[in-house]
Design a protein. Structure first.
Length: 160
């Protein structure tokens, strides 16, 4: 069974976001071993300097890198990434399994983004959209797209 993990900076603050992620996690149990690893955000002032931002991104990146499982295929969720349709994302899951990856890890950085070190460690850089979304909504959207990918690959009725 494929392991799928989301590593993210920050915790969900609103109950409805948590409930949505919990629902997708429950649905995903049929298809994979699914987990979410939440890492603490760095504290930063309301009007940070560029040096403070760079330090924050670096420290959060170090924490992310320390949690990446060896041998996992890593997908960095970042604005510089390419966009994929739901069907194309489902293909990423299929190719990962065929190429011998038993673990797929998606990484969502903090509000200041992902460090270059995390992006370089990733086999794939993926952007959800050119639009900007709150990090909490992005996590829910990613959970939904992971579920949709499994539905596409198993010819389920969820994807139309």
């Amino acid at each position: 069974m494929l392991n799928v993990t989301i590593i993210c900076i920050g915790r969900l603050k609103e109950r409805y976001w948590t409930e949505a992620c919990t629902e997708y996690a429950k649905r995903l149990r049929t298809f994979c071993s699914f987990s979410i690893i939440e890492l603490d955000e760095e504290r930063i002032s309301d009007a940070p300097s560029q040096a403070q931002i760079e330090r924050t991104v670096r420290l959060e990146g170090e924490r992310i890198l320390s949690k990446l499982p060896k041998g996992a295929m890593t997908v960095a969720m970042c604005i510089e990434g390419g966009q994929k349709s739901s069907e194309e994302l489902a293909g990423v899951f299929s190719r990962a399994a065929v190429s011998g990856h038993s673990h797929l890890v998606f990484v969502i950085g903090g509000s200041w983004g992902l460090s270059d070190a995390v992006k370089q460690a990733a086999e794939l850089r993926l952007s959800m959209s050119e639009m900007t979304f709150p990090h909490q909504l992005a996590r829910v959207m990613l959970c939904e797209q992971i579920y949709r990918s499994f539905q596409i690959n198993t010819h389920g009725k969820y994807h139309k």
